[in-house]
Design a protein around this ligand. Structure first.
Ligand code: ATP
Length: 245
């Protein structure tokens, strides 16, 4: 049995003449909180859409828990959860319990009530809010509900695409704490995409950096810098094509 949660080989996606994701090869070990860092437009969302079977690759391949994303999409979908940065306005008129129960039923989960409570507990949404309309929640709480939704099927791999985009600093830090807690308490591998160097440096030990669709670094975050300042300096060097020693 492979120890890899995720492996991509030459993964490529073009839109007409634009190569949005260009020959990306990376390996994510099981249990990791893995960082996928890149500026806006670097190709992060396109990569995640391919890995979650929402978009076919133009070339290359990827395996999730040993299952090929192109030839075994249903097996892959059963193993993943996805949180994107889009906050769905359609959740506003539901309570967190109703919203999660709806998705639990769609997923065919039998023990809906217990599963919903377990997931809301995992993301730290206090009991007193669970029966209130999501429209009355703060943005940070709404993001927690989205993460809880992604946890419903007990995913092996959780994809988070810019999960803290649009959050203020306290809400961001709350979400970081939650992601750390999930990584240590749940048996879930996390693939975290972000343009925020501090976020990736704070949370992830192994990272990849992507620039205009190409991988420009892959390895321990520590190798780019032990402190955030050095990390950011070297990152800027990488993103602007400079070398570092
Ligand atoms: N469906 C599409 N059709 C055409 N071009 C697309 C499509 N989706 C993405 N692109 C282009 O591919 C490139 C990579 O976009 P992508 O959304 O993957 O980047 P990103 O790193 O997630 O950026 P951001 O952080 O801004 O979301 C961009 O130039 C984008 O305009």
């Amino acid at each position: 049995m492979t120890e890899l949660a995720l492996e991509t080989t030459g993964l490529t996606r073009s839109f007409g003449s634009l190569v949005a994701v260009n020959e990306i090869s990376l390996k994510v070990e099981k249990g990791q909180l893995y960082g996928f860092l890149g500026l806006n437009g670097a190709g992060k969302t396109t990569t995640i859409r391919m890995l979650t079977t929402l978009l076919p690759p133009t070339r290359g391949s990827a395996k999730l828990w040993g299952h090929d994303i192109a030839s075994e999409p249903l097996a892959v979908r059963k193993l993943i959860g996805l949180v994107s940065d889009e906050t769905s306005e359609s959740q506003s008129d539901w309570t967190a319990r109703e919203y999660l129960a709806y998705f639990a039923r769609i997923r065919g989960i039998e023990d809906v009530r217990d599963t919903v409570e377990r997931c809301l507990t995992s993301v730290g949404l206090a009991e007193q809010f669970r029966g209130k309309l999501i429209g009355t929640y703060s943005t940070g709480m709404k993001r927690r509900v989205e993460i809880a939704r992604a946890l419903l099927g007990s995913p092996k791999v959780l994809f988070l695409d810019e999960p803290t985009r649009g959050l203020d600093l306290p809400a961001k830090r709350e979400t970081w704490k939650l992601l750390r807690d999930l990584a240590s308490s749940e048996a879930v591998t996390t693939f975290l995409s972000s343009h925020d160097a501090q976020e990736i440096r704070t949370l992830c030990t192994r990272i990849s950096v992507v620039a205009t669709g190409k991988l420009v670094f892959s390895g321990p975050a520590q190798d780019l810098g032990a402190d955030l300042d050095t990390f950011e300096d070297r990152l800027v060097g990488l993103l602007t094509g400079a070398r570092f020693g």
